[in-house]
Design a protein around this ligand. Structure first.
Ligand SMILES: *[C@@H]1O[C@H](CO)[C@@H](O)[C@H](O)[C@H]1NC(C)=O
Length: 350
C-alpha cells in the first residue's frame, strides 16, 4: 500500500520530508492504519529514523504539527526579501530545489527547522502531551542565581530531552551520508538547537511579606519562538562561507582572513543566486508579482525587489475607520472611510 507519492527526500532535511507527508494527509492515516504503515511510507527516511518514528508516533505527530510554526517564522524573518522562504505546494519537497544548493538560505532553513523541532517538542513535554517526557525533573529543590537563593517550582521546560530526541532523529540521515553537505547540515542543525537552549531564561515569582521577594520560586522557560527566529536571522546575516579542510573532517573559512566559524554560527559552501528570476535549477521562484515599497531604501524597495525590471502600480481602496471621536462617557464613534492606496508589484521577467 503506497499512501504517499514516492517523492525523494534524499538530499533534504528530514523535517521537510515529514511536511510532505503531512501535506499528503498521512497524519490522518496514522490514526487509522497505525504508525507502522505511516512510518514505512514516508519517503526518504533512513532506517534509524523509521525505527524512531515507529517507537514514538506521538512525538512524530507533535513535530508535524509544529512545522507550520517554524515555516511561518522563516517567512516572517524574510518577508521583505527577494527570497521569502516561500514554500511550493504540490512539490514533493516544500522548498523546491532550493535546498539542493549549499547556500546561506539552505543553512538558515536547516537551522530554523531543527530549532523548531526542539521548541515544539519541549512545549509538548511541558504541556503533558507526550507520555515520554514532562517538566525537567532535575529542576528540584533550591538553587541560586545572581539575585540569591530560590526554590525551583512550577514546570521547567525540559529542553534537554527535546534536544536529544531531535538530534537523534534529525541528524540520523546526515550521519549516514558523511559527505561535505552532510557536515554542513549537521553544523547548522546543531546551531539551531543550541539557539533554543541559549535563549531560555529563568522566570520567577516573588513571595514573602507584602511582595518583599524574600522568597522566590523560579522555573526555566523557553523564549518565544520569535526570539529564536530573530537570533538565527542575525546568524544568517553573519553566516560564514566555508570549505572542507584538507582531511575532510571539518571546515575552514573560504577566505583566509575571516574568523573560523563557531558552533553557533551558520555555515554554507555556495554563493546564493540573486533570486531575481524564476530558475528551476537554483530553486528561485523570482520576484515577479511581489509587492514592493516605493519609498523604502531597503531590501523591500522596488529597485532592489524588482531587480531593475520595474513595477506595476494598482490603486486599491481599503475600508478603514476614521474621524474617530470620543464621546463622554465612554464611547468612541468612527466613520467608515475609503482609503485609496497604491500597491506596487514587480514586473515579471520578459
Ligand atoms: C515603506 O517604507 C517606508 C520607509 O522605510 C516606511 O516608512 C513605510 O511604512 C513602508 N510602507 C509600507 C506599506 O510598508
Amino acid at each position: 500500500m503506497n499512501l504517499l507519492p514516492s517523492g525523494t527526500c534524499f538530499y533534504l532535511s528530514v523535517v521537510i520530508c515529514w511536511l510532505t507527508s503531512r501535506v499528503d494527509g498521512s497524519l490522518w492515516y496514522m490514526g487509522t492504519l497505525g504508525s507502522q504503515v505511516m512510518c514505512d511510507n514516508i519517503p526518504g527516511l533512513v532506517n534509524k529514523q523509521r525505527q524512531l518514528c515507529r517507537q514514538h508516533p506521538n512525538i512524530m505527530q507533535a513535530i508535524g504539527a509544529g512545522i507550520k510554526d517554524w515555516i511561518g517564522e522563516c517567512q516572517h524573518q524574510f518577508q521583505n526579501h527577494r527570497w521569502n522562504c516561500n514554500t511550493i505546494e504540490r512539490d514533493h519537497n516544500v522548498f523546491g530545489r532550493l535546498l539542493l544548493r549549499s547556500s546561506r538560505e539552505a543553512a538558515f532553513v536547516y537551522a530554523i527547522s531543527s530549532a523548531g523541532v526542539v521548541h515544539t517538542l519541549t512545549r509538548a513535554c511541558s504541556q503533558g502531551e507526550l507520555q515520554s517526557c514532562s517538566c525537567d525533573p532535575t529542576k528540584k529543590g533550591s538553587s541560586r542565581d545572581a539575585k540569591g537563593a530560590f526554590d525551583w517550582g512550577g514546570c521547567s521546560d525540559h529542553v534537554e530531552h527535546a534536544m536529544r530526541f531531535s538530534q537523534a532523529f534529525v541528524d540520523a540521515k546526515e550521519r549516514k551520508e558523511r559527505d561535505a553537505r552532510a557536515l554542513m547540515n549537521l553544523h547548522n542543525n546543531r546551531a539551531g538547537r543550541k539557539a533554543v537552549k541559549r535563549l531560555m531564561s529563568l522566570e520567577c515569582k516573588c513571595h514573602g511579606v507584602s511582595g518583599s521577594c524574600s522568597v522566590r520560586t523560579c522555573w526555566l522557560a523557553l523564549a518565544d519562538f520569535r526570539r529564536t527566529g530573530d537570533h538565527l536571522r542575525r546568524r544568517y546575516n553573519g553566516a560564514v562561507q566555508v570549505v572542507m579542510n584538507q582531511y575532510g573532517t571539518g571546515f575552514t573559512t573560504a577566505q583566509r582572513h575571516l574568523k573560523r566559524p563557531s558552533k553557533n554560527d551558520l555555515v554554507y559552501f555556495e554563493d546564493s543566486p540573486d533570486y531575481c528570476i524564476r530558475d528551476q535549477e537554483s530553486g528561485s521562484v523570482g520576484t515577479g508579482g511581489r509587492v514592493c515599497n516605493r519609498t523604502s531604501r531597503g531590501m523591500d524597495s522596488c529597485e532592489v525587489m524588482c531587480c531593475g525590471r520595474g513595477y506595476d502600480t494598482s490603486h486599491i481602496s481599503r475600508n478603514t475607520k476614521c474621524e474617530c471621536k470620543f464621546h463622554w462617557c465612554c464611547a468612541v464613534h468612527c466613520r467608515d472611510c475609503k482609503l485609496d492606496v497604491d500597491v506596487h508589484t514587480c514586473k515579471a521577467q520578459t
